[in-house]
Structure formats: structure tokens, C-alpha cells
Design a protein around this ligand. Sequence first.
Ligand SMILES: Nc1nc2c(c(=O)[nH]1)N(C=O)[C@@H](CNc1ccc(C(=O)N[C@@H](CCC(=O)O)C(=O)O)cc1)CN2
Ligand SMILES: Nc1ncnc2c1ncn2[C@@H]1O[C@H](COP(=O)(O)OP(=O)(O)OP(=O)(O)O)[C@@H](O)[C@H]1O
Length: 285
Amino acid sequence: MCKHDSGQSLDNSHASYCAVPLPFFRPAAIPRCQTSPCSAIITMSTSEEQNLSAHLDTIFKQKKVLRSVVKRDLKSMDPPLRSQQDEAIQRIVLEAPWFRACKRLCAYISCSALREVDTTQILSHILQKPSPESDLEMRKKLYVPRVEDKNRNMRMLNISSTEDLIANSMNILEPAPIDTGGNDREDVLLADEPVDLLLLPGLAFDKAGRRLGRGGGYYDTFLTRYQERAKERNWKQPLKIALSYSVQILDEGTIPRTPNDVLVDALVSPSGLIPISPAALEICH
Ligand SMILES: Nc1nc2c(c(=O)[nH]1)N(C=O)[C@@H](CNc1ccc(C(=O)N[C@@H](CCC(=O)O)C(=O)O)cc1)CN2
Ligand SMILES: Nc1ncnc2c1ncn2[C@@H]1O[C@H](COP(=O)(O)OP(=O)(O)OP(=O)(O)O)[C@@H](O)[C@H]1O
């Protein structure tokens, strides 16, 4: 479990769930994890189930409203300011000791139509062809997202070149499941070695680690699965670092949260790294 410097719990099962507390809502009755067997059988009466479902509906509606507000703000961002922030964020990542030291990572392929923080320079840096004198040890292994279906299933597959990418139906570049040699690409959830770092996209964030995604549940599902695997194998948990324009950082308490929402460890904004969890505070020292 992570603790804020304020002492607030960052454990996904214990932190507060939503912006608007509802008196009938009983967090203890919520299944903690829907992707792995639960240790306790939770029984709810029909009326409790109805209350829970109504409560979750309210949160999803609040998220939907917030998404449209943030999308509007992103749309009205001045293009030169956006480029300046894209540059600053990528420079901060590329120069950071936690990025330089990382050996394996998952990162998103930014989509300009979605007005996401650009990752082009970060990806080019990782994928650049090694010169004869460059140290092979310095190379990083990169995994990028591939949406498998509309049921929250997303895999992170290994690529070694941007030529491995093709646009999907949402016009986001992603890898084909088979490489040019006819082999299955390595799936990070099946890999024998852990990743150190996850660079995450999102629509909005706060300084308590909350993250508002695009509503597909892909990232929260993937993060839960990966963290379970790391726990089973006694691996160090990777740092979850989200890249955010200034306008995407909202006041604490504004982003509604359900039990499935995974908190991030830190944000990179144009003004620098914003550490949130103890693991992130550690990398600052
Ligand atoms: N660059 C990038 N890759 C990613 C994600 C992402 O957020 N960014 N994903 C993260 O999950 C997954 C894809 N999920 C996506 C979910 C929604 C939309 C999208 O276009 N949403 C529209 C709204 C569509 C609607 O409401 O019907 C939008 O946000 O404007 C795109 C990707 C995997 N790859
Ligand atoms: N770990 C999970 N297990 C089961 N369902 C999940 C999980 N994570 C999210 N979901 C479901 O996915 C749907 C979308 O969730 P939500 O609106 O919170 O997505 P999001 O956080 O915006 O998207 P993303 O996770 O892709 O960034 C919801 O129905 C939610 O209950």
C-alpha cells in the first residue's frame, strides 16, 4: 500500500471512491478485484446491489461530464503552447534518472487527434538504431498498447521499430500481433522479466494520483492485471507515471473514482515531476 506525504492511503481498495459521498454507499460491500479470485465471498441483498449499481452509475455520469469539460479545454489550448508543453514534458522524461535507468517500459503511442501529450521524441529515443559503439546494455525494451476487443482487453506488445505499427479503427497506431518474421510479439503480461516504468496517457489527473481515462477501462484493467502478476512473482512494482498538460491537472476531489480506478505514482507536467506515492518520492532523492 502507498501512503501520501499527507498520510492519505493510496491503496486502491481503501482510498475514497468518489467526489460526491453518498450516505447509502457501503464501500465494504464492493468486490475489491474483478480480475482475480476474491479472498472473501461478498453477499449483498438485492437492494444493496441496486444502491451500488445506482451509485456507480452516478460516478460514471460524473466522469462523462468531466471528460467533456477537459476535452473542451484541450481543444481550446493554443497550438504553440501545446508544442511548448510537449517539448518540456518529453525533455523532462528523457533527462530523468528514472527514465535513463529503466530497462523495460510500457508507453503509449500518442494520438494528436486525441490531443494527448506527445510521446514521439521519447519513442524515437528508445527505438533509435544503436550505433556500433553504443552499449547494447543501454537499450530499453519497449511495449506499446494493442486493443484486443471492446471488452477492456488491451495487451502491451514488444516493438523494436515504428515500422511495426499500423493505425487501428480508432486511428491510433498499434502493433500487429505477429512480427515481420511471423513470430508472436512478446506480451508484457507473459514476459519473464518485469517492466520498471509505465508511461500513461489520460484525460485528467490530480495531485492525489487520480486519473480519468477515456472511458474504455482498458488501462485500469491492464494495470490491475500487471500489478497482480508483479505481486505473484515478487517483482518490484513499476512506476506508473502519467504525462499531463497543465490544463489536465485538476483540483483534488474533482475527479470521481470507482474501486477499479488505479492511482498513478507521479505526473510529469511541463513544470516538472510531481511525485505522489512513496515510490515516486524515493526517485526524487
Ligand atoms: N494513445 C493512446 N493509445 C491507447 C489508449 C489511449 O488512451 N491513448 N487507450 C486507452 O484506453 C487504449 C485505446 N482506447 C481508446 C478509448 C477511446 C478512444 C477515443 O477515441 N475516445 C473518444 C470518444 C469516443 C466515444 O465517446 O465514443 C475520445 O476520447 O474523444 C480512443 C482510444 C489503448 N491505446
Ligand atoms: N479492473 C477492472 N475490472 C473490471 N472492470 C473494470 C476494471 N477497470 C475498469 N473497469 C470498467 O471499465 C469501464 C470504464 O471504466 P472508467 O470509466 O473508469 O474508465 P477509464 O478509467 O476512463 O478508462 P481507462 O482505464 O481505459 O483509462 C467501467 O465499466 C469500469 O467498471
